[in-house]
Design a protein around this ligand. Sequence first.
Ligand SMILES: CC(C)(COP(=O)(O)OP(=O)(O)OC[C@H]1O[C@@H](n2cnc3c(N)ncnc32)[C@H](O)[C@@H]1OP(=O)(O)O)[C@@H](O)C(=O)NCCC(=O)NCCS
Length: 210
Amino acid sequence: MNTWTTIQHNEANPADAPKARAADLRRSLGRKMDFSLYNPKETDEIEALFTKTFCDSEGESEGAIVGDLAGELIRSTDENDFYGFVARDDVDLVGSILFSRMWFERKIDAFILAPVAIRTDCQRRGIGQKLINFGLNALKNCGVELVLTYGDPRFYSMVGFSVVTENVISPPFKLSQPEGWMAQSLVGDQIDPIQGKSRCVEALNKPKYW
Ligand SMILES: CC(C)(COP(=O)(O)OP(=O)(O)OC[C@H]1O[C@@H](n2cnc3c(N)ncnc32)[C@H](O)[C@@H]1OP(=O)(O)O)[C@@H](O)C(=O)NCCC(=O)NCCS
């Protein structure tokens, strides 16, 4: 039985559901999801979302590392080199994705998508894919040509990314998991090789992230 079947089945008899479950049901069914550009006032909330989500999925120390990264990316990156997007239901922050600029030896408008988090109790409902597609569309409308990411190909291939080798597009550091290095063109179907080295923003410029 999938999640939606379970939720709809329970909704038929909400009086029987414990209070916490009823709140989950309202969250799942009753609220619409909005996708938008982040507001700097949301910085602490976004940082807390990354910390908690990665704490849940990867453990406490990883949660702290990714939360710090998200906070530093937002606070320290020049606004011309950064885009952040959020998903919210009527009340709460549900997800966030951050993009920061990358530079190559030839001029190309390129960004890297990292990190991405959907609140643990809201995962696997399609919100992550919708939020990423929303962000990619916004970047495309701003003239961005290439987006990179570094993560699980099973997920990122669902939103248009393809695995590339370090010879095709050079990462700023040697990758510990080269199978997770991915790209997508926002101006065509093909990913053309880019000669030479790359550079990322200061917040990502640490070997531990690669
Ligand atoms: C990974 C993540 C962003 C996906 O967002 P989501 O809203 O849960 O994903 P969607 O519902 O849009 O897509 C679900 C599909 O993505 C894939 N997927 C989801 N989470 C995945 C994961 N951790 N690993 C691999 N594939 C995953 C699955 O194919 C899944 O389909 P299924 O439920 O039928 O198996 C979210 O689960 C998350 O925040 N996880 C913890 C933090 C993290 O791993 N972030 C990404 C690395 S930067």
